[in-house]
Design a protein around this ligand. Sequence first.
Ligand code: COI
Length: 365
Amino acid sequence: MEKRQAGQFAIEQSATPVPAAEREAMVANPGFGKYLTDHMATIRYSAEKGWHDARIGPRENLSLNPSTMVLHYAGEIFEGMKTYRHPDGGAALFRPDANARRFNNSAARLAMAQIPEELFVESVRELARIDQAWIPSEGDGSLYMRPFMIGTEVAIGNHPSDSFLYAVIASPVGSYFKGGVSGVSVWVSEDFTRAAPGGTGAAKCGGNYAAALAAQAEAAKQGCEQVVFLDAVERRWIEELAGMNVFFVFEDGTLQTPPLTGTILPGVTRDSLIQLARDKGMTVHETPYAIDEWRRDIASGKLVEVFACGTAAVVAPISQIKGQGFDLKIGDGGMAPVTADLRKSLTDIQFGRADDPHGWVDRIS
Ligand code: COI
């Protein structure tokens, strides 16, 4: 099979790619995260050699000694980003530099190695290039890119790992939620919190998502698709959902979203939407919003729209909020005007249908 060098990456084509007809069927109906592409990127880090062995090769299983540190102490961080098909048939990433920065912030919080931003971005670009045939061209489908890093030192004692495996895998995806862009129901958890001050809330580490699962299960038991976490101190201030940020839209046209106090993931989608809303002349407050205000403002009609946002979720309306002793509806269950407008502005830039005034689009082909 073809082998070549692209920048720092040794590139080896898979000898056994998924046959074209099968791949096309998967890409036409991808679901979310069901299928993986033919290749993966890997880079190794050791204290002696630094970053080395950068490679794009056939996707393969990982083989780990059972005492590899990640398996015991959860030294794992990841990113979520997408490659979008553009109208001219080429493709682009969206703000990969922002993901690279956040990845290194997560690495710092978990005492893991820093990866040069350019190496991170190149790994995602090269994987997207070699697996371009996997990028959906229909509807709002895209190729979800999942960079991640694990501590690979073989040791039972708990200390910062001295070696790491960084990898990127990719998966064609459609809508994250089963109902597409119709309203999502959320359960406000009183029993569980996601992150405490000084903890890992602002890091994108697997541990945060593992810790959210019992709350997610509780939400599912209540018939809701997502959980809403309140702050860990006063149990009053809305923080975020299990894997996405949240925005509130008021009848006077202002937007509000919880501030980045260290317990919330600084979403790239969140940041982009704040910018796009401000570009439109809207006022966006990054200020705390309490659960009792949320309930009161729905009842009074002051709050007119609520939406979740993230790379996977894009912009998804929230139409029902449930908690101990309350069950409230917001809107008519569909995409309300401000939510729809912001979603369109964002996705038009991502898919190359609109100008890119902030230089966010990173063409890979
Ligand atoms: C993303 O939106 O990219 C995430 O990582 C969230 C995850 C629950 C899919």
